[in-house]
Design a protein around this ligand. Structure first.
Ligand SMILES: NC(=O)c1ccc[n+]([C@@H]2O[C@H](COP(=O)([O-])OP(=O)(O)OC[C@H]3O[C@@H](n4cnc5c(N)ncnc54)[C@H](OP(=O)(O)O)[C@@H]3O)[C@@H](O)[C@H]2O)c1
Length: 315
């Protein structure tokens, strides 16, 4: 074969491959090392996205790098210099950035009246300030792509209990954050939404149990026989839960649909859905009761009909 012709063919093939690659939309997932973040990463890859997978530990970064169409990014969402480096890295890859899945999160559980300040500050640093820092840093890239950003919230952003207050505080906060940011960015073409799962299989329960037993979230610690039993019971409870496929499907809808939603509740059981809906409506009932402009039942139902109509025309 003529050398010039061969070079031409090579350039053509390389060009086509590069063009194919640049067509892939890129999404950053924080906390991609396990649980929901890992599942979302797998679903994004299957759906044709290129994933920047945020993780903190060397072994996780390597494992994520070995996945197809994935590049790991060292990213602790409480460390601004990690976030700044991630922005520079993503910019250097020349793919732009279409989406962000703010998934990284931690849990703190214990009697609300006794939770130490430092634990409440820590959970907000990760679960609330984390998404705020990451979104703020990447918004210029999302503006260029008219992309999408989401947070993995929780039905604990609607329902709480005596022992889940610290976690709920952080998840209630990201509900307000999401609504405000969606409003703020409406004119930019960036879509902002939140995915609110119930209980799905992940490492979060083992980590929270470890934290309660030892004061550290690290799963690789020496435990007494008694402590091991407590941790194993938490792992067993976790093993009975569903894999978070439904959560990942909601993220894919948010990233791909022509009409992405503001909120996606992903309840693993009808019971979880019912508690969330009733608690939320219960708040409306409490808010309305015994106040100067109290609405009647019929007026409330009329509001509900109006909102249902608005919502269905938006979908
Ligand atoms: N599983 C559920 O039932 C459930 C229900 C509702 C909402 N959620 C939410 O789903 C999200 C994921 O949790 P999960 O259940 O999948 O738990 P998980 O398996 O423990 O995963 C949590 C992820 O967040 C990462 N992470 C923690 N702190 C971080 C930080 N400072 N910077 C960056 N990454 C950090 C972890 O990384 P390391 O491995 O480095 O620690 C891990 O990748 C959380 O926001 C959680 O609140 C979970």
């Amino acid at each position: 074969m003529n050398l010039k012709y061969l070079i031409f063919i090579i350039i053509l093939i390389t060009g086509i491959t590069l063009a194919e690659e640049t067509k892939q939309k890129a999404v950053l997932v924080t906390g991609a090392s396990s649980g929901i973040g890992l599942k979302v990463t797998e679903y994004l890859i299957k759906s044709g996205f290129y994933v920047y997978a945020g993780a903190r530990k060397e072994e996780d970064l390597k494992r994520l790098d070995a996945m197809k169409n994935t590049t790991s990014v060292r990213l602790d969402v409480t460390v601004q210099s990690d976030i700044d480096a991630a922005v520079k890295f993503v910019q250097s890859q020349n793919r732009g950035l279409f989406g962000i899945v703010n998934n990284a999160g931690v849990g703190v559980f214990g009697k609300m009246s006794e939770v130490p300040d430092k634990d409440i500050l820590w959970i907000h640093d990760v679960n609330v300030m984390g998404p705020h820092r990451v979104n703020r840093a990447f918004i210029p890239l999302l503006k260029e792509s008219m992309g999408r950003t989401t947070i993995i919230g929780s039905i604990s952003g609607y329902v709480t209990s005596a022992e889940s207050g610290a976690y709920s505080m952080s998840k209630f906060a990201v509900e307000a954050y999401t609504e405000s940011l969606a409003d703020d960015l409406r004119e930019t073409g960036i879509h902002v939404g939140i995915v609110d799962p119930g209980a799905y299989k992940s490492k979060i329960r083992a980590k929270v149990t470890m934290f309660n037993l030892t004061g550290s979230y690290d799963l690789n610690q020496e435990l007494t026989e008694e402590q091991k039993k407590v941790l194993n019971a938490a792992k067993e409870r976790n093993n009975k839960l569903k894999e978070p496929d439904e959560v990942a499907e909601a993220v894919i809808h948010l990233m791909t649909s022509d009409k992405p939603k503001l909120r996606y509740m992903v309840a693993p059981t009808i019971g979880a859905a019912e508690v969330t809906m009733k608690t939320t409506l219960g708040r409306v009932v409490q808010l309305n009761a015994d106040q100067q402009f109290e609405y009647t039942r019929d007026e409330l139902v009329a509001f509900l009909d109006e909102l249902l109509k608005e919502n269905s025309s938006e979908l």
